[in-house]
Design a protein around this ligand. Structure first.
Ligand code: NAD
Ligand code: UDP
Length: 352
């Protein structure tokens, strides 16, 4: 079976961790990234962790000619498509930038894949497509709706993938709906490196712990949750990376059973949640991080953040049943690995 995979956005936070997991699982990877939210240093560190140089191409997914060059030089089994912009606030301020990058970019990628008859795709979707969930835990058949352009861009791509699967049964399309990815590689060499002041909880906490930020604001303490703060399903990024390997393994099995049995059935459009299935509150996460880092994490309660929901956690049964995957690492592991990365690299990849 052909094990060559194109990884768009492979220089980013989730992409780098997934490249390591793919390499360990015997996949042969080519990374394609425009470095708009990442650095060559991240690629260098992945290369040193896997003990061989990563095949890296600097390019934009909106650039069809550049993609065609890549597809004509390599014979891919499939694509893992991480490339995208992800800042909710920025998407509200600059919606066209988000639709262009995330939606038009994905259409260009799909067109080139189709031209080169590469029909296996794993796409980075998000639990944000569930909006404010009607019931918990959230399963893949829950209604979808979004309230901001970032979420809309993910949901629009999902709709495009669904339509594509209906139009042509040879596509195998797995959107993985991530819950809240956190943590870092246990080596402390790679991790999340936000450009600016972090929007997300875990990098904010870790920057308070390391002394870069003064105090955490906890957005809301009057939610209908156990302690009044928001509840999320945190998932260690290395577990998430394994989820991508499991999705690709599944596509490989489907392709091999299809070719050996001569059947024509395909995967079609198959969304899968990647979460732990457990809810953790903001205060629980602060307490766990304080314990692990042995640093004070001053906080104050502040107003609810616009657009936030009270609770969000996954039903992870489909991933377990179909992909034989489940999250293994604990909240303590997530805090330990985040803290190691943060304290070894207080200024992220730019530190010298
Ligand atoms: P990231 O910003 O670290 O990685 C994305 C990578 O894509 C970056 O390296 C960036 O340079 C690259 N990129 C962006 N636009 C591109 C383009 N037009 N052409 C080529 N490369 C491009 O983000 P991440 O946290 O690793 O997220 C990866 C994917 O997962 C994104 O699509 C994101 O929306 C999605 N996602 C992330 C989270 C999260 O909390 N991190 C949650 C749900 C979904
Ligand atoms: N949060 C917070 N302070 C921050 C950042 C986040 O209290 O500085 C809360 C937020 O209100 C939510 C939870 O932490 O309840 C997770 O937020 P994050 O942005 O990490 O993820 P998302 O809201 O996208 O699930």
């Amino acid at each position: 079976m052909n094990k060559k995979i194109l990884v768009t956005g492979g220089a980013g936070y989730i992409g780098t961790h997934t490249c390591i997991a793919l390499h360990a699982a015997g996949y042969d990877i080519v990374v394609y990234d425009n470095l708009s939210n990442s650095s060559r240093e991240a690629i260098n560190r992945v290369s040193s962790l896997i003990g061989q140089s990563i095949d890296f191409i600097e390019g934009d997914i909106r650039d069809a000619e550049s993609l065609k060059q890549v597809f004509s030089s390599h014979h891919f089994f499939g694509v893992i498509h991480f490339a995208g912009l992800k800042a909710v606030g920025e998407s509200v301020a600059q919606p066209l930038k988000y639709y262009d990058n995330n939606v038009s970019g994905t259409i260009t990628l799909l067109e080139v894949m189709s031209e080169y008859d590469v029909k296996n795709l794993v796409f980075s979707s998000s639990a944000t497509v569930y909006g404010d969930p009607e019931r918990l835990p959230i399963d893949e058949n829950s209604p979808r709706s979004c309230t901001n352009p970032y979420g809309q861009s993910k949901l629009t791509v999902e709709h495009i993938l669904e339509d594509l699967a209906v139009s042509d049964a040879s596509w195998n399309l797995i959107p993985l709906r991530y819950f809240n990815p956190v943590g870092a590689h246990p080596s402390g060499q790679i991790g999340e490196d936000p450009n600016d002041i972090p929007n997300n909880l875990m990098p904010y906490i870790s920057q308070v712990a390391v002394g870069k930020l003064e105090k955490l604001s906890i957005f809301g303490n009057d939610y209908p949750t156990t302690d009044g703060t928001g509840v999320r399903d945190f998932i260690h990024v290395t577990d998430l990376a394994q989820g991508h390997v499991a999705a690709l393994n599944y596509l490989q099995q489907q392709a091999s059973s299809k070719s050996s049995s001569g059947t024509t059935s395909s995967v079609g459009f198959l969304p899968i949640n990647l979460g732990s299935g457990k809810g953790t509150s903001v205060l629980d996460l602060v307490a766990a991080f304080t314990k692990v880092s042995k640093q004070p994490i001053p906080y104050q309660f502040a107003a609810r953040r616009a657009g936030d929901i009270a609770s969000c956690y996954a039903s992870a049964g489909r991933a377990k049943g179909l992909l034989k995957w489940q999250a293994e690492l604990s909240i303590t592991d997530m805090c330990q690995d985040t803290w190691r990365w943060q304290s070894m690299n207080p200024n992220g990849y730019n530190a010298t």
